[in-house]
Write a protein that binds this ligand. Structure first.
Ligand SMILES: O=C(O)CCC(=O)C(=O)O
Ligand SMILES: [Fe+2]
Length: 284
């Protein structure tokens, strides 16, 4: 049975064994849990508190900072507005997208901490693929990342057929860091054989998954695994999570890496910006 590995990240810079584990996770699962990474649990807790405080406000207040378009891709996204699976009903969640323009103190600090961790992970990926260590990080230095606070409210209305908290999808960017809270899980990932396995919250860890652009870049060596958030048994509880979506620089051409190609590349080159805009346009 396929499992999502838990990898100790503390010695990533010097330990080849860590790099091997990361390579295996990216090629076989597309998901991993990291523990002993450099973001304090206190800071993560502060951001969850900020998130709860924000979503607790009346809808009229939240709507004042409503998401307006995929070009700025920031602000409040109301319940059922987004369909991560465009063929299914709207997702039973609300979200707040944050880019580098935000001023809120804990958020600014957390955004920076996530950027640093993402760069370390990108460095580990480069080593795993025997590329120059700063290959991926150099293509991510213009800060096009998005931090997303997510709230899945208690289910109060009857569900539409096949409606869920987040429809099955793969992430669009290069990597995603996902912080889960409490025991109220629901995150599931799809294995190559099509089964769904649970990805519960594990205290002290961050979930890391590789997105579509990383899959393209590596010519399918690293997998962009489908995942979803299902309705829990106890429908009265809220679920909170925080996702940090890493995006390469807008003008980075995502061209299959020669070292990952056996016969011919599986994808034509595409700029990171063009790919992300196309995907965002299909989900709102
Ligand atoms: O909330 C979660 O656990 C996952 C959310 C997710 O997959 C996404 O927003 O892309
Ligand atoms: Fe996702």
């Amino acid at each position: 049975m396929l499992q999502i590995p838990i990898i100790d990240f503390s010695n990533f810079a010097s330990d080849d064994e860590t790099i091997k584990q990361i390579y295996q996770a990216c090629t076989e699962v597309g998901f991993m849990y990291l523990k002993n990474f450099d973001i304090s649990q206190d800071l993560i807790e502060q951001v969850f508190n900020t998130s709860k405080h924000f979503f607790n406000q009346p809808l009229e207040i939240k709507q004042k900072s409503a998401w307006s378009d995929e070009f700025s891709n920031q602000g409040y996204v109301g319940i059922e507005r987004e369909r991560l699976n465009p063929n299914k009903p709207g997702d039973l969640k609300e979200a707040f997208n944050i880019t580098t323009q935000t001023q809120q103190p804990y958020i600014v600090e957390f955004f920076q901490a996530c950027t640093n961790l993402a760069n370390q992970i990108l460095e580990a990926f480069a080593r795993a693929l025997e590329l120059p260590v700063d290959f991926f990080a150099n293509n991510h230095n213009q800060n096009h990342h998005t931090l997303r606070l997510l709230h899945y409210p208690p289910i109060q209305t009857p569900l539409l057929p096949e409606q869920t908290r987040a429809g099955e999808h793969s992430d669009y960017g290069s990597i995603t860091l996902l912080f889960q809270h409490d025991e109220i899980s629901g995150l599931e990932i799809q294995t190559a054989s099509g089964d769904w396995i649970k990805a519960p919250a594990i205290p002290g860890t961050v979930v890391v998954n590789t997105g579509d652009l990383m899959q393209r870049w590596t010519n399918n060596k690293f997998c962009s695994t489908k995942h979803r958030v299902v309705i829990p048994e106890n429908t009265n509880q809220s679920r909170y999570s925080i996702a940090f979506f890493c995006h390469p620089n807008d003008d980075t051409q995502i061209t299959c890496l020669p070292s990952c190609i056996n016969e011919s590349p599986m994808y034509p080159p595409i700029s990171a910006k063009e790919y992300l805009l196309t995907r965002l346009q299909s989900t709102y």
